[in-house]
Design a protein around this ligand. Structure first.
Ligand SMILES: C[S@@+](CC[C@H](N)C(=O)[O-])C[C@H]1O[C@@H](n2cnc3c(N)ncnc32)[C@H](O)[C@@H]1O
Length: 261
């Protein structure tokens, strides 16, 4: 039985994907032309992926997935959005890279494919869409080979307070929004309802531990991963962004590297 709120997000993401494929914030043409959408943190964290299998969770239209393929990995991407997977498969054609893309709610993904992976990877704007972080961690652990590595780099759960000091870091109820501007194409409103959940760091960490993973390191960063408003600025060629007041006194990005022993 599909999760009703995840299905709402599926419709919202179907509405959003083309806004992103065509937006300069996403480096679609660069990837088609032989470049990469991967940023410094994940490249450093995963290191050499040549000849390794990699599962990309919540892959949208496959830019990072296919960039990992360009680094030499055998890649599979999974995403709930029909339009994401359609565009990802078009990116396979346009880049000539190999990659398998599967449309599935991540929380229903166990058993959908038989393979296990050397790397499970997830990045930038993902955990907030998941209603159950403990179930998520089970999916991560399930798809890792023994000895395999999981890496997530994502918006920090503190991020919500940066945007709205009235929010709770510990909120249990999801946030529901309709007609909110797209996070890239700011002049376009998303008319399908979006449902987002708050997962404090302790829950994310405990979920991974409970799923049997060994956390190797955790990092927090005082910069964000996209240009939220015109006045955000970058010091590294546009890969990471500071808000107008400069580096924040609290983290905007969270990264966790874990192993399945
Ligand atoms: C911010 S985007 C992807 C992050 C990636 N770094 C990017 O920007 O391309 C979040 C993705 O999560 C997907 N998503 C949302 N809920 C999901 C779910 N329950 N299962 C799988 N994918 C989901 C959306 O369809 C969307 O493609």
């Amino acid at each position: 039985m599909p999760h009703p709120d995840h299905e709402k997000n599926r419709a919202a993401w179907n509405e959003m994907v083309d806004l992103h494929v065509n937006h300069m914030e996403y480096r679609t043409q660069e990837v088609i032309d032989g470049g990469s959408s991967l940023k410094r943190l994940e490249l450093e964290a995963l290191g050499d992926v040549k000849g390794k299998s990699l599962l990309h969770l919540m892959c949208q239209f496959g830019l990072d997935t296919l960039s990992w393929a360009r680094e030499g990995a055998e890649v599979t991407g999974v995403d709930i959005s029909d339009m994401s997977i359609k565009r990802a498969n078009e990116m396979v054609q346009k880049t000539g890279l190999e990659g398998e893309f599967i449309r599935c709610d991540l929380l229903d993904f166990i058993g959908v494919i038989d393979e296990k992976f050397d790397f499970v990877y997830q990045s930038y704007g993902t955990h907030c869409w998941l209603s159950d972080i403990f179930k998520w961690a089970e999916v991560v652990a399930h798809y890792l080979k023994p000895g395999g590595t999981f890496y997530i780099v994502d918006g920090h759960p503190m991020e919500v307070l940066h945007y709205d000091p009235g929010m709770s870091y510990f909120a249990k109820e999801p946030e529901r929004t309709v007609g909110q501007p797209d996070y890239c194409a700011r002049d376009t409103k998303i008319m399908h309802e979006q449902v987002e959940w708050q997962h404090p760091v302790f829950e994310i960490v405990n979920a991974l531990i409970q799923a049997g993973l060994t956390i190797e390191r955790m990092d927090e960063y005082n910069f964000g991963y996209y240009k939220v408003e015109e006045d955000w600025y970058s010091e590294d060629g546009g890969h990471y962004w500071y808000p107008p007041g400069g580096p924040t006194d609290y983290p905007l990005l969270l990264a966790i590297k874990a192993k399945k022993l």
